[in-house]
Design a protein around this ligand. Structure first.
Ligand SMILES: *[C@@H]1O[C@H](CO)[C@@H](O)[C@H](O)[C@H]1NC(C)=O
Length: 258
């Protein structure tokens, strides 16, 4: 009786292989441990994958907005042509716009050019070379909606990039004449093209409001309305030098007399 009652129970537990049963028991406990370990490993790999994945996306998006949505790099590209167009007038230059430190340090490298900058947005997370330009008084932060702290005719040339795209006509009406007031030989405006809208929107947190990218006919009408005239001599020289070198700017570039 006792032998018969043991056998069926063993058969149920060990799948009818009583002799191997003793070995199977410890093994049958190990698969869950292995499964848990694999799941944990899988989760770790997935987390690592998504982290690295999102990191890559963010960097490439930033790169796009910087190269396509900003006219400040265009100032550097246009510099050889600006030199041709303005010659000696490229002596005392004020740059107004985001990333002014980069423009100013590049202009200072030119040797003959004295350069200053106004950064309209923020100078908080800048590198040490920018901090040094700020400390030495070459670059300052100022709200361009209000008159800039410079005397009349302080500069030969004032170059503005991006900044005006963020101003409504009400503020443009004050800012543009003020930029003309502080320059003697002209005002160069780098404005975004309407096609760049998308990239600009990604910079919204920094600038507070989306850029309003106006067409060249809008700007022309606006300049006439405000009594600003095109600076014909330098404009011609600039366009000649640009077409000779097949330089096609992504941004709109206006040359105004002051
Ligand atoms: C800006 O100035 C122009 C010319 O003086 C004027 O016609 C226009 O109404 C002004 N715009 C605003 C929004 O104040």
């Amino acid at each position: 009786m006792s032998r018969r009652s043991v056998n069926p129970s063993r058969r149920v537990a060990d799948g009818g292989l009583p002799s191997v049963g003793g070995l199977l028991h410890p093994k049958s406990r190990s698969p869950p441990v292995l499964t848990i370990a694999l799941v944990v490993l899988g989760v770790i790999i997935l987390i690592a994958y998504f982290n690295s994945g999102s990191g890559v996306t963010v960097t490439s998006r930033e790169a796009v907005s910087r190269s396509e949505g900003s006219c400040t790099p265009e100032v550097m590209q246009a510099l050889p042509y600006l030199k041709k167009a303005y010659g000696n007038e490229l002596h005392k230059v004020l740059h107004v716009g985001p990333d002014s430190c980069t423009v100013v340090s590049n202009l200072l490298k030119e040797g003959k050019v004295e350069a200053w900058g106004v950064e309209p947005y923020d100078l908080e997370d800048t590198d040490s070379s920018c901090k040094s330009l700020v400390r030495k008084g070459f670059v300052r932060m100022a709200d361009i909606k209000f008159p800039l702290p410079y005397r009349q005719d302080s500069f030969n040339l004032v170059i503005v990039s991006d900044a005006l795209d963020y101003l409504t006509p009400r503020y443009l009406n004050r800012t543009l004449p003020d930029l003309a007031r502080i320059s003697t030989d002209g005002l160069v405006i780098f404005a975004g093209n309407p096609g760049q809208q998308k990239a600009k929107v990604s910079e919204l947190p920094k600038f507070g409001r989306p850029a309003k990218l106006r067409s060249s006919s809008w700007w022309s009408r606006y300049f006439i309305q405000t009594g600003l005239r095109e600076n014909e001599g330098p404009l011609k020289k600039f366009e000649q030098a640009a077409s000779k070198n097949k330089y096609k700017p992504d941004c709109q570039i206006f040359h105004l007399s002051s």
